[in-house]
Design a protein around this ligand. Structure first.
Ligand SMILES: Nc1ncnc2c1ncn2[C@@H]1O[C@H](COP(=O)(O)OP(=O)(O)O)[C@@H](O)[C@H]1O
Ligand SMILES: N[C@@H](CCOP(=O)(O)O)C(=O)O
Length: 363
């Protein structure tokens, strides 16, 4: 326990750590996600005794994109999600005197699950501040009321390589789960008191279901991120409403093979490369990401030994290449193709994070 000597300022500190994620992995649109080794972390200091004066949480950000984050707890995504969890448990306001120090390594709007990580961090923050001890399945329900595709949030919460689906809801549950996001996460006015607004819509129970797949230890992920943001909402907006039977079968066949192929040691590059093909989201997103068609066709396990497969990370624009070696030359080739389209990039070599999200008491 971390406590200062004076009893009036005695406090406990906790660290919440949430990994970034790469969703889809080719054919698994809105199904698969991998937790990777960059994270959003929060150090949360909570006074042991509530101060006499009521104060909102103080938020401090460091790290990537920290200049672009609202610091009002009524505007910030983390704290709005936490307040949703608290209000859903009849706790109408934040405890007073809380300090939240966020450190972010996940670039915003690049397809590495920054919003999914923020939503999971917010749910864990609400659970901590309300002393709720919610089980993982309930934490996921709250996250899914905010981020409505399960791939990023499930992988961020659970860690590793995960497949997930949403339970078919009863008509009554369906009406709760399809409430507009603005009602789940209202923009609280600056002077919002404990009685502000109506009761939040509670999530139906057991919305998300998942299974953790195996992952061959020698497989690493090269993430090449263009220096521009692509909002997930915009990249979902270009997708069609329906697909041909041929394209659905194309993806289902590959997905079934891929989930086992990535667990096998040593990995089979030709099998994985083919199994990472996709006809559901990548073809439609090519107009938003210059260089994507060339990247997906130029690099192969034959041209670049060590490469296993290549895909758009989440909704993009980051490219995810799975590989066992020759990481620099694979990244350099992707970087050159982007450069030829006038796009600058940053790249990093990431490991799979098997731990998922953690909450620990700290000093
Ligand atoms: N740590 C964070 N704190 C607050 N807001 C965040 C955080 N991370 C992401 N966001 C919000 O989520 C947006 C990005 O979400 P999205 O378009 O889904 O892209 P991504 O692929 O990175 O998840 C950011 O512009 C920001 O508004
Ligand atoms: N399945 C979603 C995943 C979005 O991931 P993000 O990291 O880009 O937010 C999609 O492809 O739209």
């Amino acid at each position: 326990m971390s406590s200062s000597s004076s009893s009036s300022t005695a406090s406990k500190k906790y660290k919440i750590n949430v990994p970034c994620t790469s969703a889809n992995i080719g054919p698994g649109f809105d199904v698969c996600g991998i937790a990777l080794s960059k994270s959003l972390s929060l150090i949360v200091t909570i006074p042991l005794q509530q101060p006499a004066e009521t104060t909102l949480p103080k938020i401090i950000y460091t790290g990537l994109d920290s200049d672009n984050v609202p610091l009002s707890p009524y505007r910030n995504l983390l704290t709005r999600v936490a307040l949703y969890v608290l209000r859903s448990h009849d706790i109408t306001s934040f405890p007073s005197g809380v300090l939240i120090e966020a450190h972010n390594e996940i670039p915003f709007g690049r397809g590495l699950g920054s919003s999914g990580a923020a939503v999971i961090a917010g749910v864990l923050l609400g659970d901590l501040l309300g002393n709720l001890n919610l089980p993982k399945s309930r934490l996921l329900d709250f996250a899914l009321m905010v981020e409505r595709h399960p791939d990023n949030v499930t992988a961020a919460l659970e860690g590793g390589f995960v497949g997930s689906y949403l339970r078919e809801l009863s008509p009554e549950d369906m009406s709760a789960a399809s409430i507009p996001l603005a009602e789940v996460l209202p923009e609280y006015p600056p002077d919002a008191g404990p009685d502000w607004g109506k009761d939040p819509p509670l999530p139906p129970k057991g919305i998300g279901h998942f299974v953790k797949f195996g992952w061959a230890k020698e497989i690493k992920a090269i993430a090449v991120s263009p220096r521009f943001e692509l909002a997930t909402a915009k990249a979902r907006g270009v997708l069609p409403e329906s697909y041909s039977r041929k394209d659905m079968i194309f993806n289902l066949q590959r997905l079934a093979v891929l989930t086992t192929a990535l667990a096998r040691s040593p990995p089979d590059p030709d099998l994985i490369y083919d199994a990472m093909g996709d006809r559901v989201h990548q073809p439609y997103r090519m107009t938003l990401i210059p260089g994507l068609p060339k990247i997906l066709t130029t690099l192969t396990p034959t041209s670049h030994p060590g490469l296993l497969g290549i895909c758009l990370s989440g909704a993009g624009p980051t490219i995810l290449a799975l590989a066992t070696h020759n990481f620099e030359s694979i990244a350099a080739e992707i970087e050159n193709i982007f450069k030829s389209e006038g796009v600058e990039v940053d790249w990093s070599l990431l490991e799979v994070d098997e731990r998922g999200s953690t909450v620990e008491e700290t000093q």
